[in-house]
Design a protein around this ligand. Structure first.
Ligand code: AHM
Ligand code: MG
Length: 327
């Protein structure tokens, strides 16, 4: 049998800083625990909703809260994390005052899919921490995506996989369920520049802005339209699963602004959805944009800020930006 490289061996080869390795191993341990809970599902009575709402006003699932707790616990225990912030908590939680890293995460992305047994995931972003005395300043979190030290996600699908970037390409690890260890299964994932597959929630079509209306309309015209080829469409409604497909076989993913979500600035969250996923996509040769600007260069204004997201095949994102400039 082929001998795979384990995550720990990979990290020792790729990452100089032992503290960062501790953070990444704590994230991986959390994802193994979350994966186990998801697999038990109804048997462990972890499905369904709670009566509480998160900071976004969304109903929390039991597994949203459980996953959040697992991440908080593992990250606080690793000793290398100064503070943690999450989609499920209004304010950051302090951990180890003098530790070098901040971690921001979406503990269970796509959680509306849990009860119907469709893929969900965990998204995370690792940033440098300031001095201990500055940790309570909310501005320490507002770092542009380009300043991420590491980012990644776990996808809990037919197999559990961890996709990781420490600034040198995007690498895929698969969970061996026999020993609960992640092993390297693909190095340097690449997104082709062109594609014939798009991903968007079509039910919002009537509310999109004109450039996105025009773009999708052109794709739908297929071979007979201005793009001269037929396009396929996929929408899982778990960002992790939709982005994972793009990292695996290419494509373009859009969650644009629409009338319904205009006041909140978009649907997806900048710090723990768009930035980590955007960085992975860029590191794999794709592009990420709001339609007007590269998301990774934006200076965040709030921890839970939302943003329009367009990511994937570089040529498609450039064309979308061209349509927005003309508008
Ligand atoms: P969540 O973090 O509360 O799960 O919400 C984010 C999810 C994304 O995973 C997905 O792309 C999107 O919301 C789905 O939205 P829609 O319900 O419009 O299909
Ligand atoms: Mg999410």
């Amino acid at each position: 049998m082929m001998k795979h490289t384990g995550l720990s061996v990979f990290l020792q080869r790729q990452v100089q800083d032992q503290a960062l390795i501790k953070v990444l191993e704590a994230l991986a341990r959390s994802c193994v625990r979350i994966s186990t809970s998801l697999r038990q599902g109804a048997l462990a009575d972890v499905l369904g909703a709670l009566e509480s709402e998160n900071v976004q006003g969304e109903t929390q699932k039991k597994l949203d809260v459980l996953s959040n707790d697992m991440l908080l616990h593992e990250l606080a225990a690793c000793g290398a994390v100064a503070a943690m912030a999450s989609e499920e908590m209004e304010d950051p939680v302090l951990a180890e005052g003098n530790a070098p890293y901040l971690v921001v995460f979406d503990p269970l992305d796509g959680s509306s899919n849990i009860d119907v047994n469709v893929s969900v995931g965990t998204i995370f972003s690792v940033l440098l921490a300031p001095k201990a005395s500055e940790l309570t300043d909310p501005c320490v979190w507002l770092q542009p995506g380009r300043m991420q030290v590491a980012a990644g996600y776990a996808i809990y699908g037919p197999a559990t996989q961890l996709i990781l970037c420490v600034g040198k390409g995007v690498h895929q690890f698969s969970l061996d369920p026999l020993n609960c260890q992640f092993v390297l299964t693909q190095e340097s994932m690449q997104i082709p520049q062109t594609t014939a597959e798009f991903s968007i929630n079509m039910s919002n079509q009537r509310m999109w802005e004109p450039p996105v209306q025009k773009y999708i309309d052109e794709l739908l015209q297929g071979k007979e339209g201005p793009r001269g080829k037929n396009y396929n469409m996929r929408w899982v409604a778990s960002m992790v699963a939709d982005v994972h497909r793009i990292l695996t076989r290419g494509g373009v993913f859009l969650y644009p602004l629409d009338e319904r979500i205009r006041v909140q600035g978009g649907k997806l969250r900048l710090m723990y959805e768009a930035n980590p996923m955007g960085w992975l996509v860029e590191q794999a040769g794709g592009r990420v944009s709001t339609g007007h600007t590269c998301i990774l260069d934006m200076r965040p204004e709030r921890l839970h800020q939302r943003v329009p997201v367009m990511l994937g095949a570089a040529e498609e994102i450039s064309y979308l930006e061209h349509l927005h400039q003309k508008d």
